[in-house]
Design a protein. Structure first.
Length: 261
């Protein structure tokens, strides 16, 4: 059983519990449920940097990254830096995140917010909307085509953007459908945790141009972005690189100035 299988198994139990605690009707009555969403895909299409900056306290591959920062400062810092959007980890057990982090980020900035989560149930898409997200992540490695389709269509009905993440050609082929906005290629091998930008390069030609191409994991330098741009990538998800510093916002500002300079 790889780490993703383990996380998914725990997630199913967690979601069943949450569904018993908070009914759908309560989520739908949330103040934020009626809030107009901002499209991350549009932001990426019109951006010079394409940076999606992440709030992440820890991860299974790196253990603790940074537990000392509050989400409010990180969100404000990222917004001031001029990033295109912010990714907020909401998984608690493996990443130390929570839906409250999403709420805090929403109250602190006007950036499009991505709920970074292991979505295995429509209920989590309702949660994303109720807690202020503009975008959801669907991971092809843990979902079948018969799940990706209704989940992405449901998200679109809620006016949420959909970022679908793939790791290989097989996942990509089963996933491409009109209800997606962005296709993300994760450069991390989930079995070995090794990261290679070749994954993004190899899959780039197979992604139809209707979708915004996003590269995820292992992007820690200006060079990596410059290397991937000729392959059609307009979005770059950066987490650990900013989060391992004392001031992620300042770190993102410096990075973007250098990139655009």
């Amino acid at each position: 059983m790889n780490i993703l299988d383990k996380i998914t198994l725990d997630k199913r139990k967690e979601v069943e519990l949450r569904k018993r605690l908070i009914p759908v009707s309560q989520l739908e009555q949330s103040v934020l449920f009626e809030k107009a969403t901002v499209s991350l895909a549009n932001n990426l299409r019109n951006s010079a940097s394409g940076i999606i900056a992440e709030h992440k306290r820890r991860s299974p591959s790196k253990s603790v990254i940074n537990n000392n920062l509050n989400v409010q400062d990180v969100a404000k810092g990222y917004e001031d830096a001029g990033v295109c959007g912010m990714s907020v980890l909401t998984d608690c057990k493996y990443f130390g995140g929570s839906l409250d982090d999403l709420l805090t980020a929403r109250a602190s900035c006007n950036l499009p917010l991505l709920r970074k989560e292991f979505i295995i149930d429509e209920y989590q898409i309702l949660e994303a909307k109720a807690y202020g997200a503009d975008v959801i992540l669907l991971i092809a490695a843990i979902l079948s085509r018969d799940e990706i389709k209704p989940f992405s269509e449901f998200a679109k009905r809620l006016h949420l953007d959909v970022l679908l993440e793939v790791h290989n050609e097989e996942e990509l082929h089963k996933s491409v459908m009109p209800s997606l906005d962005m296709l993300g290629v994760n450069n991390r091998n989930l079995k070995t945790f090794e990261v290679s930008l070749e994954t993004s390069k190899n899959l780039s030609n197979l992604i139809p141009d209707d979708f915004v191409k996003v590269s995820e994991s292992g992007i820690s330098s200006i060079e990596a972005i410059k290397e991937l741009r000729p392959y059609g990538y307009q979005g770059f998800l950066i987490g650990e690189n900013f989060m391992k510093t004392d001031n992620p916002g300042a770190s993102a500002t410096k990075f973007i100035n250098k990139l655009e300079g």
